[in-house]
Design a protein around this ligand. Structure first.
Ligand SMILES: NC(=O)c1ccc[n+]([C@@H]2O[C@H](COP(=O)([O-])OP(=O)(O)OC[C@H]3O[C@@H](n4cnc5c(N)ncnc54)[C@H](OP(=O)(O)O)[C@@H]3O)[C@@H](O)[C@H]2O)c1
Length: 265
C-alpha cells in the first residue's frame, strides 16, 4: 500500500481527496488544528492525524520529525495546505504569512521529508490559476510585503509553487503543480480581499464542489506516472496555461536559493 502525506487535509479539497484515497492508500493527514484534523482523519479512515501551523516553521520541523519517526517511506507528498489571507502579516520567522504558508513551509517540509521519498516517489503541489491572474512576481520582494494586496501576494505564492515544482524536477524529483478548479471550500474565509465574495456568498453556486476539487487532487496523487514531471496542469488534467515567469528556469533557481537562505539551509 502506498503512503501519502497530505497537508491541508483537515478541510476542503484535501479532506475530500483523503476520503477518496484511504480505501487503498495509507493517508497521513496533516492539518493545522488538532481537533479538526482528528475528526476528519477518523471520518475518512486516515492512518494518522498530525498537525503543524505553517505560520511557525518550528512546527513544520516538528511534524516532519513526527512523520520520520512513524514512517520509513513516503510514496507521495501532497503539498496542499494554503490560502488567501489579509496582510501584510510578518510571522515570528520574519516572513510574510501568505508566502510562508503557501510556499516556504511546504518547501521546508519537502526538504525535510526528501530522504523518506521513495525512488519512484512524487511531490504534488496544489497551485492555482491565481498565478496567471494575479501574480506580479519580484524576486527582490519574494514575499510580496511591499505594496501588499491579498490577491497579488496569493498569486505570487501560487506562482512560487510552480517554480518550486520546476526546481524539484531539475533536481531529479518527480513533481507536478496543478489548479484544482474554482472550488466551494473554506477558502478565502479569512481575508478582506474582494475575492472572498466569490466564496462566501451566493456567488459560490458558480463553483465546483469540494468533492470535485478533491477528485482532481486524487488524480495527481493516484496516477503519478500519468503526468509530466515539472509541469503545471489545469483542472482538466492537461498541461495548463500560466504566468510567463513560471517558465523561467533561472527564476526557479533564484527562488530555490532565496528560499534556502530564508530557512538558513
Ligand atoms: N478553493 C479554490 O477555489 C482553490 C482554487 C485554486 C487553488 N486552491 C488551493 O487549494 C488548496 C486547498 O484549499 P481549499 O480550497 O481546500 O481551502 P480550505 O477549505 O480553506 O482548506 C485549506 C487547508 O489548508 C489548511 N491551512 C490553512 N492555513 C494553514 C496554516 N497556517 N498552517 C497549516 N495549514 C493551514 C487548512 O487548515 P484548517 O482546516 O485549520 O483551516 C485546511 O486544511 C490551497 O492550497 C488553495 O490555495 C483552492
Amino acid at each position: 500500500m502506498r503512503t501519502v502525506v497530505l497537508t491541508g487535509g483537515s478541510d476542503g479539497i484535501g479532506a475530500a481527496a483523503a476520503a477518496r484515497l484511504t480505501r487503498d492508500h495509507r493517508v497521513v493527514l496533516v492539518g493545522r488544528s488538532p481537533g479538526k484534523t482528528r475528526a476528519v482523519a477518523d471520518r475518512v479512515g486516515a492512518d494518522a492525524a498530525l498537525t503543524a501551523d505553517f505560520t511557525e516553521l518550528d512546527q513544520v520541523r516538528e511534524v516532519a520529525a513526527g512523520i520520520a519517526a512513524r514512517y520509513d517511506r513516503i510514496d507521495v507528498l501532497a503539498n496542499n495546505a494554503g490560502g488567501l489571507f489579509s496582510g501584510p502579516t510578518i510571522t515570528g520567522d520574519g516572513v510574510e504569512l501568505t508566502f510562508q504558508v503557501n510556499h516556504l513551509a511546504p518547501f521546508l517540509l519537502t526538504r525535510l521529508l526528501r530522504p523518506l521519498l521513495a525512488e519512484d516517489g512524487a511531490v504534488v503541489n496544489t497551485s492555482s490559476i491565481a498565478a496567471r491572474l494575479f501574480s506580479r512576481f519580484d524576486i527582490d520582494d519574494v514575499d510580496s510585503r511591499r505594496h501588499y494586496r491579498p490577491a497579488r501576494a496569493y498569486g505570487n505564492a501560487k506562482l512560487a509553487n510552480i517554480l518550486f515544482t520546476r526546481g524539484l524536477h531539475a533536481r531529479g524529483i518527480r513533481s507536478v503543480a496543478f489548479h484544482p478548479g474554482n472550488v466551494a471550500t473554506s477558502f478565502a474565509s479569512d481575508t478582506t480581499s474582494p475575492l472572498r465574495w466569490l466564496y462566501t456568498t451566493v456567488l459560490n453556486r458558480s463553483l465546483i464542489s469540494a468533492d470535485a476539487g478533491g477528485a482532481t487532487l486524487e488524480f495527481f496523487i493516484r496516477n503519478t506516472a500519468a503526468w509530466q514531471s515539472g509541469e503545471y496542469y489545469g483542472s482538466t488534467h492537461t498541461p495548463g496555461r500560466t504566468a510567463r515567469q513560471a517558465s523561467d528556469p533561472e527564476l526557479a533557481e533564484r527562488l530555490w536559493q532565496r528560499s534556502e537562505a530564508l530557512l538558513g539551509l
